[in-house]
Ligand binder design. Structure first.
Ligand SMILES: [Zn+2]
Length: 179
C-alpha cells in the first residue's frame, strides 16, 4: 500500500513554509511525546493577504496521566493523547476564536477523526509538508488514505508544501530529523 497523495496540490509558497516552520517549532518545544512530536497552527482569514495566527496545538497526553508510565505507551497512549489538530481546534473553542474560513498548517496529514473535526470546524484548507507526509509509517497509511478520500469527496483542499523548511528539528516515528 502507499499513500494516495498523487492528486494533492503542490505549493512552494513562502507563507506556507513560514507557518509550517511555526508548527514544527511548537511540536519540538512543547510536545511531550517520546516518539512523534506534531504541531498545528490555525491562521485566519482564508483568502486574505494579511494573515494572523488564531490558534495552535501539539500532541500531548490529556492532563492528569502524564506521570503514569502505562499511559505513555501504546495502547493507552493512543487513547489518552490529544492530537495537535484537535488540540488547536479545542483551544480555539476555549478562547472563543471563530475558525470559519481559516487555514490549518500541519506538517503531517491528519488522522480520519481529526480530519472530520477539522472539516466540521469551518477550517477551509489544510497545508502539510510533503517531506514529512512521505515519511508516514506503514501502519498509518490506511487511516491517512481515508482522510485523503474524505477530503476529496467534500472538495476540501489538502495542499502539500514541497521543499525544505530549514532551521527546525522534528521527532517523527522515533527519529530526529531536519525538515
Ligand atoms: Zn489525529
Amino acid at each position: 500500500m502507499a499513500l494516495n497523495i498523487d492528486r494533492l496540490i503542490i505549493t512552494t509558497d513562502e507563507t506556507a513554509r513560514a507557518y509550517l516552520k511555526r508548527a514544527y517549532d511548537i511540536a519540538w518545544n512543547r510536545s511531550s511525546d517520546n516518539k512523534t512530536k506534531t504541531g498545528a497552527v490555525i491562521v485566519s482569514p482564508f483568502k486574505n493577504y494579511i494573515s494572523k495566527e488564531i490558534s495552535n496545538g501539539y500532541n500531548h497526553l490529556t492532563p492528569g496521566v502524564e506521570n503514569i508510565p502505562e499511559w505513555s505507551e501504546r495502547p493507552l497512549k493512543y487513547t489518552g493523547t490529544v492530537h495537535a489538530e484537535t488540540d488547536a481546534i479545542s483551544k480555539a473553542a476555549k478562547n472563543g476564536a471563530r475558525l470559519e474560513d481559516s487555514i490549518m498548517y500541519m506538517p503531517w496529514i491528519p488522522c480520519t477523526l481529526c480530519y472530520i473535526i477539522i472539516k466540521n470546524s469551518g477550517i477551509k484548507m489544510l497545508v502539510a509538508h510533503k517531506e514529512m507526509v512521505l515519511m508516514s509509517p506503514p501502519h498509518w497509511e490506511e487511516d491517512l488514505n481515508r482522510t485523503i478520500f474524505l477530503a476529496e469527496r467534500s472538495k476540501f483542499p489538502i495542499i502539500l508544501y514541497e521543499g525544505k523548511i530549514g532551521g527546525v528539528k522534528s521527532l517523527f516515528d522515533g527519529k530526529v530529523w531536519e525538515p
